[in-house]
Ligand binder design. Structure first.
Ligand SMILES: Cc1cc2nc3c(=O)[nH]c(=O)nc-3n(C[C@H](O)[C@H](O)[C@H](O)COP(=O)(O)OP(=O)(O)OC[C@H]3O[C@@H](n4cnc5c(N)ncnc54)[C@H](O)[C@@H]3O)c2cc1C
Length: 441
């Protein structure tokens, strides 16, 4: 039952992916490094270079691999997907070339699970085909981690709904053909039962972008993370996804697998940083010998490898838990999957920050410069710590699930591992066999 090998056919696919990413996609990363560049459907590089590469991915049967076969994916399960994402994580453009980029992959999952036949034809098909990109809008300016503070609201009006309120950090809005927005429809019940999901097509009157926000280092006012305002924005009733009040359940559909994909992509980036670190310390000399002869430098390399390997096993184990829960439908497996996903999400930023910091540092001034990708990769650490829910919130989930079956000690003062208490019990248990010898211990 215990086997860490990858089956040879799939390994051959992964080898193809690794070569393809390095030879065909990484040059695009260097020429078009903007975070928004992959999402621009009108650009020459997308139409003339990326489209033909996407066709090659389709020929390999690897297009949108996260989806089930009924939607054109491979239905390969999270462990295999993890191994694929580990390679894709090395490149900014690779997820787009393979049809697995966020937030479209999650939005496609929502539409596949909850969309009507009409919604699927209008939004899912072009999304899966890579002809359009989309946005997911849940966070609000006054708080994202606590949905209890959301106020953006939709009210039923005749044959439609009217939305008023604001959303914040809605990624890729400037290029999106539609927005999936989570909005309060019943303020009288907790948000988990009172929110709903709507599809709001681009150009719907009343939906505007107040400004685009970028990440640090990008020009102010030009970012792709939309600060959106809805003012009497009317959408027809058929734009509701699922039933009213099911927004939260729908949101959970999209986040689980994505967190593991981000974790494996992070491992891919850390491996790349470690390769750079290894090359650097083997090539650079100090005091007449390679940097790699210095003990602290060797430890930085070893610590990075150990951390990556530990985390990789954790993520693949979490992926296996998810596959088990899907296969069996067992509530215990589902709970285990949830626990493992949140644990992975909480641990991901630390790996990136630690490993890439070492790589930056060992490259000296070159490492902190804009002539290597390392500082930009490092910035991904804090981003991973808040996007998709802050680390603290995920640790809370882990603790809550761990405490669910916790049983208070019979002796609340000293607990069940108290040695004098256990010694007395052991003496009593073995007195019949050991006689006085038991009492003398
Ligand atoms: C690059 C990027 C892309 C994003 N894309 C999207 C998107 O496409 N759509 C979307 O809807 N949102 C998106 N977000 C928003 C993201 O989901 C939120 O930033 C996140 O949920 C945190 O919300 P917040 O920023 O309002 O922080 P807050 O909720 O204000 O939290 C700030 C800090 O308070 C602390 N904190 C919060 N809650 C707790 C708690 N329970 N226990 C202890 N400490 C706590 C943490 O330190 C936390 O980092 C994106 C964010 C980033 C950075």
């Amino acid at each position: 039952m215990w086997d860490f090998s990858t089956d040879p056919d799939y390994q051959a696919k992964l080898d193809w992916v690794a070569r393809f990413v390095q030879e065909e996609i990484e040059p695009i990363d260097v020429l078009y490094p903007g975070t928004a560049d992959p999402y621009d459907r009108e650009s020459k590089v997308f139409l003339d270079v990326v489209r033909p590469l996407q066709d090659q991915v389709r020929e390999q049967g690897l297009w949108a691999a996260h989806l089930p076969p009924s939607l054109g994916g491979m239905g390969m399960g999270q462990v295999r997907l993890g191994l694929l994402n580990e390679i894709l994580g090395r490149s900014q453009w690779a997820p787009m070339v393979f049809g697995t980029q966020a937030p479209d992959s999650g939005n496609a999952e929502i539409l596949a699970h909850y969309g009507t036949a009409e919604q699927r034809a209008e939004y899912l098909e072009p999304l899966l085909d890579g002809r359009i990109v989309s946005t997911y809008a849940m966070t609000e300016p006054q708080g994202g981690a606590d949905p209890g503070g959301f106020t953006c609201r939709a009210v039923r009006d005749g044959d439609g709904w009217v939305i008023n309120g604001e959303k914040w950090f809605a990624s890729n809005y400037p290029h999106a053909a539609f927005v999936i927005a989570m909005v309060i429809t019943d303020p009288d019940v907790p948000v988990h039962r009172g929110s709903s999901m709507f599809i709001v097509p681009r150009g719907t009157p009343g939906m505007e972008m107040v400004r685009g926000t970028g990440l640090s280092g990008e020009p102010v006012g030009e970012g792709v993370h939309g600060y959106l305002r809805f003012t009497d924005c009317r959408v027809p009733a058929e734009n509701l996804l699922g039933e009213p009040g099911t927004g939260f359940t729908i949101a959970q559909t999209r986040l689980g697998g994505g967190r593991l994909h981000h974790a494996m992509r992070t491992i891919g980036q850390c491996r790349r940083a470690m390769e750079m670190m290894t090359e650097r310390i083997a090539s650079r000399t100090t005091r007449g010998e390679p940097l790699s002869r210095q003990q602290t430098v060797r430890h930085a390399l070893a610590d990075s490898w150990i951390q990556i390997e530990q985390f990789r096993l954790q993520v693949l184990h979490a992926a296996w838990q998810v596959d088990q829960s899907v296969e069996t439908g067992d509530p215990d497996h589902k709970r285990a999957a949830r626990l493992h996903i949140s644990a992975v999400k909480a641990a991901t930023p630390r790996l990136l920050v630690d490993v890439i910091y070492r790589a930056v540092h060992l490259h000296g001034a070159l490492g902190v410069s804009n002539e290597l990708p390392l500082m930009r990769m490092w910035q991904g650490g804090p981003v991973l710590g808040v996007a998709d829910g802050p680390t603290e919130a995920h640790k809370d989930v882990v603790a809550r699930l761990l405490l669910k079956d916790a049983v208070p000690a019979e002796d609340p003062l000293f607990g069940s591992e108290h040695i004098p208490t256990r010694l007395a019990a052991a003496r009593e248990k073995l007195a019949g066999t050991l006689g006085e010898a038991a009492g003398a211990r």
